[in-house]
Every structure is written in structure tokens, then in C-alpha cells.
Design a protein around this ligand. Structure first.
Ligand SMILES: [Zn+2]
Length: 407
């Protein structure tokens, strides 16, 4: 965490115009940094403002607690929620004009009463949906080709995303935008709908009125869909309906909580999906992990330790010629103002793409362990997630140190 405080900010700000300007600057700074969330946390004497950036917290500012009522009121006004309600949690949304890119940025705001005032967390949904596409997912060429090929079929494709929560949206929509919605009937059920995509029939889960993934999937039959996106497989019923949809000639995209591509099969069998149906319905599991990308401004040559070198050779040995590996130069970030002295800027994904070729089918039917499936997939040229990460280190996108953390 960066502990350099902005001393000027400790001065009490009483002037509302000052607060307006302050909040605008805060949003701009957060978006510049690609922070995912802004936390506004009142304590007894201070108001802490922290950004979550690439999974970690950065202390953005520390203000005198006297600023809090201005701050909360202003944010409540912007997000159109009740100003006088401070006993119950509230949710709202702010649309902020990010002038540098003339982009409207959606910021989802949530308040929660605490011992000291209300705490506010804002999730920044920066990406302009027009920028989301399959090329922007950091898939290495061989995996991009596999994904593209699988999309030409009517099967079930599952994404395993980690950490859970945000960012799977980007991948799902990246894949979805491969299709022209005017040529297909695309139906999605999301939780929540974060981006609106033209000509895609998007719907939002409403558990309070029993509008869930399974009720939606059942009524879709009469909506003549081609491509179905189920936001998340959470229960047996949804899993079974998704398999049925794939077996009746639909392309089904969905996500599930598991640790790896291979573990997904076990998870689904544990949800009582028939293994033989699963073997014929499932086409691909993409496992992805969000990771740190080197700051391009302060990048410098990395001298690997012997132990790192040995591991790199051991992991990349099966897929890269020894002579080529000898000449590879690795990089790491140092620190600079652009990355807030953290060495990294932005995030990217590491992937493991498991295609259910014919050799996988008997393994699924026999309910083999995740390890057996994984080994078989590696024999059939699956790039493991660690290999993928190290390949990205070869391409100067991440450091060897970060890639080896996956082991
Ligand atoms: Zn830097």
C-alpha cells in the first residue's frame, strides 16, 4: 500500500464547490488508474478513501471527518438515492463523464450504515462495451483459435473465472460479440446487467419474484433462441437445463465457480448432471485468472534467480525449443509515478483452455478425477495456466515471479 498521504487534503473542506471538484478529481484519478472500486470509509476522526486496484488496496486520501456529510450528500445526489436515509443500506448509480476519453463511465454505488456515518463503496464499470471483443481477452494465438473454432458449434462452453465477481463480464461479452446479433437470436440472463448490447435480449435475475436461471431457461424454449448466455450455474436444475439446451442445438455460454477447467467436470457431476449427457454437451472450459500486467513506463530487464530459471525451463521446456528459450529476455516493472510506485499497471488474464475432444468423453463418462483429465488434456496439447502465464512473461506482459505464483 502507498502510504504517502496528501497533507493538503487533511485540511477541512467546507465549501461545497470544493467537494464537487474534489469528487470529480477522485473519479478521474480512479479511472486513470483503472481502479475497480472506490471505498469511502469513515472512522472516528478521519475519512479514508481507498482505491482497489488490481485486487490490492491503495490509500488514495485521508480527509478530516468533518468533510463526510458533504461527501455523502454529494454522492447521494449524484446517484439519485435518498439523502435523508442513513439507517438502511441503499444502492444507486452514477454516470460520470470521463473527459479524457469522452466516455460515460457507470459507477455503481452502495451505502452501508456503520458505527461512524455511512460507508460508501463504488464499483467502476469503466469499459466501453464497444471496446470489448474476443481479441482483447489476452488469449494466446493457439487458444484464441480453439475458442473461435468452438464457437462455430452448438455446444456448451463454460467459463471459470477467478477471482469471482467482476471481469467475467468482459470475457463473456468478448465471446458473445463474436456473433452478429442481427443474424442470431441471442438471449442472456444476467446478475446484474452491466452493459447494454444492442439487439441482444438481456434480462436481469429477480429472485424475489422467482425469476431465476432455471425459470428463465424453461421459458426460453418458446423464445426460439440460438445463443443462450446463463450468467452462472449455481444449482442442479440450472446445470441440467443448460445441458439440455446444448443438446438441443443451442450454443450455451455460462460460468461456474470451480478452481480449474478440469475440476468443472467433477463439479457438474456432483450437481447430478448425467456424465454421458455432459460428455456430449460440453465443448470447452476456459479457466481464467486475473493477473498483473507490467507497467510499460518503468519496465526493465529482469535477471532471473537460478531457481526461477530452472522452473521456467521445466515448465516451458515441453512447448518451446531449448535454443529459443536461451535467448529470451524477461522483464519486470520497477516503479514510477504512472503506476503509483507499484510496478504494475492494468490487469490481464492467464488462461487454460480445455477442449472436450473425443479422448475426453470416456474420461467424463467414467467420472475420472480432475488430475487424470488434466494430464490427458496436456498430452493433447493443452497449454496449462502456468505455461500460459510464462508465455506472457516471454512476451513482456508479466514477470516470471508473478507467473510462478500460480504453481
Ligand atoms: Zn511504472
Amino acid at each position: 500500500m502507498n502510504n504517502n498521504l496528501n497533507i493538503d487534503a487533511l485540511k477541512v473542506k467546507r465549501d461545497i464547490w470544493d467537494i464537487v471538484d474534489y469528487i470529480n478529481k477522485m473519479f478521474t484519478n480512479a479511472i486513470d488508474l483503472w481502479a475497480s472500486d472506490i471505498h469511502i470509509e469513515p472512522t472516528e476522526f478521519f475519512l479514508l478513501i481507498r482505491f482497489r486496484k488490481d485486487g490490492d488496496f491503495l490509500l488514495y486520501d485521508k480527509l478530516h471527518v468533518e468533510n463526510i456529510s458533504w461527501m455523502i450528500t454529494r454522492l447521494k445526489v449524484l446517484s439519485k438515492i435518498k439523502i435523508d436515509e442513513n439507517k438502511k443500506p441503499q444502492d444507486g448509480k452514477i454516470v460520470y463523464m470521463y473527459e479524457k476519453e469522452s466516455l460515460n463511465v457507470d459507477i455503481r454505488l452502495s451505502t452501508l450504515p456503520t458505527n461512524y456515518w455511512e460507508k460508501i463503496v463504488m464499483r467502476i464499470l469503466k469499459q466501453d462495451e464497444s471496446l470489448i471483443n474476443i481479441e482483447a481477452l489476452w488469449l494466446i494465438d493457439v487458444n484464441l483459435e480453439k475458442v473461435r473454432e468452438s464457437l462455430n458449434s452448438t455446444y456448451w462452453i463454460i467459463l471459470v473465472a477467478w477471482p469471482t465477481g467482476s471481469w467475467k463480464t468482459t470475457t463473456l461479452f468478448g465471446i458473445l460479440k463474436n456473433f452478429n446479433p442481427l443474424e442470431y437470436n441471442i438471449e442472456t440472463l444476467e446478475d446484474p446487467v452491466e452493459y447494454n448490447i444492442e439487439y441482444v435480449n438481456q434480462s436481469q435475475v429477480k429472485p424475489e419474484i422467482w425469476y431465476t436461471f432455471s425459470t428463465w431457461l424453461r421459458s426460453l424454449v418458446r423464445q426460439d433462441p440460438d445463443i443462450i448466455m446463463v450468467w452462472e450455474i449455481r444449482d442442479k436444475e440450472t446445470a441440467i437445463l443448460a445441458v439440455e439446451a446444448a443438446l438441443t442445438w443451442h450454443l450455451v455460454l455460462s460460468t461456474i465457480h470451480t478452481n480449474s477447467a478440469a475440476a468443472t467436470v467433477q463439479r457438474l457431476i456432483n450437481m447430478w448432471v448425467e456424465p454421458f449427457l455432459l460428455a456430449s454437451a460440453m465443448k470447452m472450459v476456459i479457466s481464467q485468472r486475473l493477473w498483473k500486467k507490467i507497467c510499460p513506463e518503468c519496465k526493465e530487464v529482469d535477471v532471473l534467480k537460478d531457481i526461477e530459471k530452472r522452473k521456467v525451463w521445466e515448465i516451458l521446456g515441453p512447448i518451446i525449443e531449448k535454443s529459443e528459450l536461451e535467448n529470451v529476455v524477461f522483464y519486470h516493472g520497477k516503479w514510477c509515478e504512472k503506476c503509483w510506485f507499484t510496478w504494475y499497471r492494468w490487469r490481464m488474464w492467464f488462461h487454460e483452455v480445455l477442449v472436450v475432444w473425443e479422448f475426453m468423453e470416456p474420461l467424463i463418462i467414467e467420472k475420472e478425477s480432475a488430475n487424470v483429465m488434466r494430464d490427458a488434456a496436456i498430452k493433447h496439447w493443452m497449454i496449462t495456466i502456468t505455461q500460459d502465464a510464462l508465455l506472457k512473461a516471454v512476451l513482456w506482459e508479466t514477470t516470471v515471479e508473478e507467473a510462478l505464483k500460480l504453481i
